[in-house]
Write a new protein. Structure first.
Length: 285
């Protein structure tokens, strides 16, 4: 898993193509000027650093004991839009400018804690949970677009929502971790550093503090739901000892793999220019 540690990359794709072939098609809607607010203190998030999963886990234990984000001021959605919204209306806050914000709702006392970067981050330390390099994007974005369905046309990276960008990076790393896990199961060898790094990454993604970007587009909500389901199963997989019960571990692996495939299949649809059509074909109206 080279994006968390220098572990070997597998070239085989674990049944993702089958999931995508069953997924139909969808067109990119213009972003609403009022981003969909689905963030709260239990939202997931996206972020990345040059740390490995193991290093990030250790950093979280030492740095993430607070219950509030580093930026403690409360702002309105309009204030964030005025300062950070791009031409599509998406609020994009750089990682070095406190991407986790406390946002008050107009006419309400409710306050949401939301990640406005394009990466899954530790909501307290406001740092990515995995390597966040251009090289990762260059590998991952084509994989979830033209590699999977070359006959489909896709939006550009600049047009993707924060959550879509975060999922491109996080799901790509998770795919590699699942392939490494499958290899360890086939060889009945769980001693490699790459396997341990993969389990560390899955533990970190499942942590409460690992916050994905807030939904700013209607389809982001569905993607968030599938990602939450996947990371929950990853955490459950990482909590098991395969040497104690290989059968139970294999069953949980299949669940984790299926949940990941479902999120990856949806991601391919959402990155296409005809996402609405493909969403209807796959999930119905």
């Amino acid at each position: 898993m080279r994006w968390t540690q220098p572990i070997r990359m597998f070239t085989v794709i674990f049944s993702l193509a089958a999931v995508l072939s069953a997924c139909g098609g969808g067109a990119k809607e213009t972003a609403s000027q009022e981003p969909v607010q689905e963030a709260s203190t239990d939202a997931t998030a996206s972020g990345s650093t040059e740390q490995s999963g193991a290093e990030t886990a250790a950093a979280e234990e030492s740095e993430s004991n607070a219950s509030e984000p580093a930026s403690t001021a409360t702002e309105t959605l309009k204030e964030l839009q005025d300062q950070y919204a791009d031409k599509l209306g998406y609020i994009r806050i750089p990682l070095d400018d406190h991407p986790v914000r406390r946002v008050s709702e107009e006419g309400s006392k409710n306050i949401n804690v939301a990640n406005y970067s394009d990466t899954v981050v530790d909501m307290n330390a406001e740092v990515p949970i995995h390597a966040n390099t251009q090289l990762l994007i260059d590998d991952a974005f084509p994989f979830f677009t033209t590699v999977q369905a070359p006959d489909v046309t896709y939006i550009t990276w600049d047009e993707a929502t924060n959550l879509e960008r975060a999922m491109v990076k996080t799901l790509f790393i998770s795919r590699e971790g699942l392939l490494i896990t499958e290899d360890a199961m086939n060889n009945k060898d769980y001693s490699s550093q790459s396997f341990q790094d993969s389990m560390d990454f899955f533990r970190v993604t499942a942590k409460f503090e690992s916050m994905a970007p807030v939904a700013q587009h209607p389809y982001d909500i569905t993607l968030s739901e599938l990602y939450d389901k996947a990371r929950k199963s990853w955490g459950e997989l990482a909590a098991m000892d395969p040497k104690q019960d290989e059968v139970a571990f294999a069953e949980k692996y299949q669940t984790a793999r299926t949940d990941a495939n479902n999120a990856m299949g949806l991601l391919n649809i959402l990155l296409s220019t005809n996402e609405e059509e493909r969403m209807e074909q796959t999930y119905g109206k």
